[in-house]
Design a protein around this ligand. Structure first.
Ligand SMILES: [Fe+2]
Ligand SMILES: [Fe+2]
Length: 134
């Protein structure tokens, strides 16, 4: 396991928390596979594709809430999402070249997700809750 779910990652918005938990699980699954003595490249590919796909949908979900409610920090938040999407795409390219994600790439995923949820996502919580989002 690379990262553990904790209360400090909880926004209290149900859909958001469910999706964040899924992302933590996927990063852990990727970590668990690549740290095996003989990682299964098909499993790595499946997890990577799932991670990219799910992340994309999660970002769309958040961004549509921002649009719907007129969140002031939408642009900066989107820029952070785009950084992660670029990294995830780079990981898929790494996989296509027959390489496993490097330790730094795994650390980036973990650090990015932790920071993003705890700082950047948390920043919208009072605003969205104020708009009645649960
Ligand atoms: Fe976000
Ligand atoms: Fe998020």
């Amino acid at each position: 396991m690379l990262m553990e779910w904790s209360e400090s990652l909880e926004t209290g918005i149900e859909t958001v928390d469910t999706q964040h938990r899924w992302l933590v699980d996927a990063i852990n699954a990727l970590h668990d596979e690549v740290t095996k003595p003989t990682p299964d490249t098909e499993v790595v590919e499946q997890v990577l594709l799932g991670l990219v796909d799910y992340t994309y949908n999660h970002f769309i979900m958040e961004e549509s809430l921002f649009q719907q409610h007129g969140y002031a920090d939408e642009t900066a938040h989107r820029a952070e999402h785009n950084r992660f999407t670029a990294k995830a795409a780079a990981l898929l390219e790494t996989h296509d070249r027959g390489e496993l994600p490097a330790d730094e790439a795994m650390a980036f995923l973990k650090d990015w997700l932790t920071h993003h949820i705890m700082k950047v996502d948390m920043a919208y919580v009072p605003f969205l809750k104020g708009k009645g989002v649960t």
